[in-house]
Design a protein. Structure first.
Length: 216
């Protein structure tokens, strides 16, 4: 937090009866200000399970063929090279959601996607390559083969990606600095991630329900 605003944050946050945060980094900030640690609950996109996202995805345009979904908040040559290599090895086409005017050759670029399309694209993908928190979150929701990287400099928001990876034991899916493609996760790894997500989802709902009940 900017040093000159710390006391303002402290005063205003102290007026809340309940505070929850989405990442442990946020819990550290609140604890440092108020002396009490707030519960860390899931991002809303992870509070809903795959079955609950299904009606949303059904409203999106149906993708054609087997594909790797590339969804980036910041484009970098290494992650583009990685996506191309992975797609080539798996016999997949690349579908890239990007509003950049530059369209990489040999890649199907979608300049726009409705929320319905976005969810459908993630649900139907064979693999997901991303440096976006929500790209990671939906890949986890739909048990997709995930390949993620941190945002390149000068980005300073990698704590969201790192916290999510740490919480769900996804470190093995990080491609940072990788010159070879990661293997596909086996059924036991996927089951492990889903068990962690299920437990975190239950804990988060319990924490939120408790806040709402106390507030009545």
């Amino acid at each position: 937090l900017p040093h000159e605003h710390i006391e303002t944050y402290r005063r205003l946050l102290d007026r809340f009866e309940h505070i929850s945060v989405r990442e442990s980094a946020g819990a550290d900030i609140v604890e440092g200000l108020l002396g009490r640690r707030p519960p860390v609950v899931l991002d809303p996109t992870l509070l809903l399970g795959e079955d609950e996202w299904e009606p949303i995805s059904e409203k999106g345009a149906e993708p054609r063929g087997r594909y790797l979904l590339l969804y980036l908040l910041a484009e970098s040559p290494p992650i583009l090279r990685y996506a191309r290599r992975l797609a080539r090895e798996r016999g997949l086409k690349i579908v890239y959601v990007s509003q950049r005017l530059f369209r990489p050759s040999g890649i199907e670029t979608l300049h726009s996607a409705t929320p319905y399309d976005f969810v459908r694209l993630l649900k139907e993908a064979t693999a997901v390559v991303t440096n976006s928190f929500h790209g990671m979150a939906f890949a986890l929701n739909f048990s997709k083969e995930l390949h993620y990287d941190l945002l390149p400099p000068p980005a300073q928001v990698n704590s969201r990606l790192s916290n999510l990876a740490e919480r769900f034991d996804l470190g093995s899916r990080c491609i940072h600095g990788s010159r070879t493609t990661l293997r596909s996760p086996d059924v036991f790894e996927v089951r492990h991630w889903q068990e962690l997500l299920g437990a975190a989802r239950e804990d988060s709902w319990n924490a939120l329900r408790c806040m709402m009940e106390v507030g009545k």
